[in-house]
Design a protein around this ligand. Structure first.
Ligand SMILES: NC(=O)c1ccc[n+]([C@@H]2O[C@H](COP(=O)([O-])OP(=O)(O)OC[C@H]3O[C@@H](n4cnc5c(N)ncnc54)[C@H](OP(=O)(O)O)[C@@H]3O)[C@@H](O)[C@H]2O)c1
Length: 309
């Protein structure tokens, strides 16, 4: 019988395994056991131990339970000659659109200020904010970035986007490649990072790039912690070049108790929850792709190893 091995350390595997077995009745679906024979055809993983790939040596494809595959790509014994498939959307894009719009609106409508005023019993008046003063720039216009861009266009913010290859999205001023980064940053006031983490994008949110943003800029990082140089953000907040940041991802997670971000008044943080992997949508996508592969059909979402995403 053909076999799927499930290996996602932080997740209670029972309902995932049960769901996959229901969708793939002709497969045996089991939780990874390093003492087992290692004869699985497919692996469904999130942050697996190295032992998985030492044991499971007859895999035909590896399915990552998330859109970001940076941790998997860093594993020295990740098999080189079989497809690694990442989740495409699976309900994450709309969650990310919600999260980013909330962060943008919270900042531009000064909701922090109104919240603290109401807590201290003040009926506070502020001048209306003007959307055209807050151009939002989205780094990464893939499955998630494009959905975020669309939501912000619907709220009538001026929206810019930056990607590796050229894009044409309704209502979005698109920039691409190394040459497009400078004009993209210089025309952005609220910067949203939804890039994959690759050697090219590691530490891209650094002092040099962030200093190019329109004065009084704001940063929203929902991609990976290693995109941001933490000390550079703190320095730019201190100098007043940046007005604040909303961060969902961190270099070290959970964020260490003594990290200066915890107590910074201009930083809003959430614990990597901006777009969660939803079980039913993810399992349906993975099972559908396994069936396609079994029938010799092409599938979407195979990681391009040269680009790293
Ligand atoms: N915080 C969370 O909870 C959470 C949840 C889900 C995902 N994420 C993160 O979000 C990332 C993006 O997900 P996705 O599904 O949207 O990925 P995707 O569909 O692969 O899109 C990636 C986008 O980034 C662009 N890009 C990649 N390298 C670039 C470079 N060097 N320069 C300029 N643009 C570059 C790509 O350009 P092209 O279009 O030209 O290829 C593409 O537009 C994931 O990798 C993951 O790390 C975070």
């Amino acid at each position: 019988m053909r076999r799927v091995v499930f290996c996602a350390g932080q997740t209670d595997p029972a309902r995932w395994v049960e769901g996959l077995a229901r969708l793939l009745p002709e497969f045996e679906v089991e939780v990874f056991d390093p003492r087992a024979s290692g004869r699985s055809d497919y692996a469904v993983v999130w942050a697996p131990p190295a032992a998985l790939f030492d044991t499971e040596t007859s895999l035909k494809a590896i399915f990552n339970l998330g859109a970001g595959i940076d941790a998997l790509m860093r594993m020295p014994n990740l098999p080189k000659d079989i497809p690694v498939v990442r989740l495409g959307d699976a309900g994450m894009s709309v969650q990310m659109a919600e999260y980013v719009c909330h962060a943008v609106i919270r900042h531009t409508r000064e909701l922090d200020l109104f919240e603290s005023a109401s807590r201290s019993g003040h009926w506070t008046f502020r001048k209306p904010t003007i959307r055209s003063h807050y151009p939002v720039g989205i780094m990464g216009l893939g499955a998630i970035g494009a959905r975020v861009a669309q939501a912000l266009v619907d709220f009538e913010y001026p929206v810019r986007g930056w990607s590796r290859t050229e894009k044409n999205l309704p209502g979005v001023t698109c920039y691409s490649g190394a040459a497009g980064l400078d004009p993209f940053l210089r025309s952005t006031r609220i910067l949203v990072c939804v890039l994959p983490l690759t050697p090219e994008t590691d530490s891209i949110l650094n002092r040099e790039n962030l200093a190019k943003l329109i004065e009084d800029a704001y940063l929203i990082n929902v991609a990976r912690g290693a995109h941001l140089v933490d000390a550079d953000l703190l320095a730019l907040l201190e100098s007043g070049q940046l007005a604040g940041a909303t961060l969902d991802v961190f270099r070290e997670e959970p964020l260490p108790a003594d990290h200066p971000f915890w107590s910074h008044p201009q930083i809003v943080m959430t614990p990597h929850i901006s777009a969660r992997t939803l079980r039913d949508a993810s399992l349906a996508q993975i099972a559908g792709k396994i069936e396609q592969l079994e029938r010799g059909l092409p599938i979407e979402g195979i990681v391009d190893r040269r680009c790293g995403y």
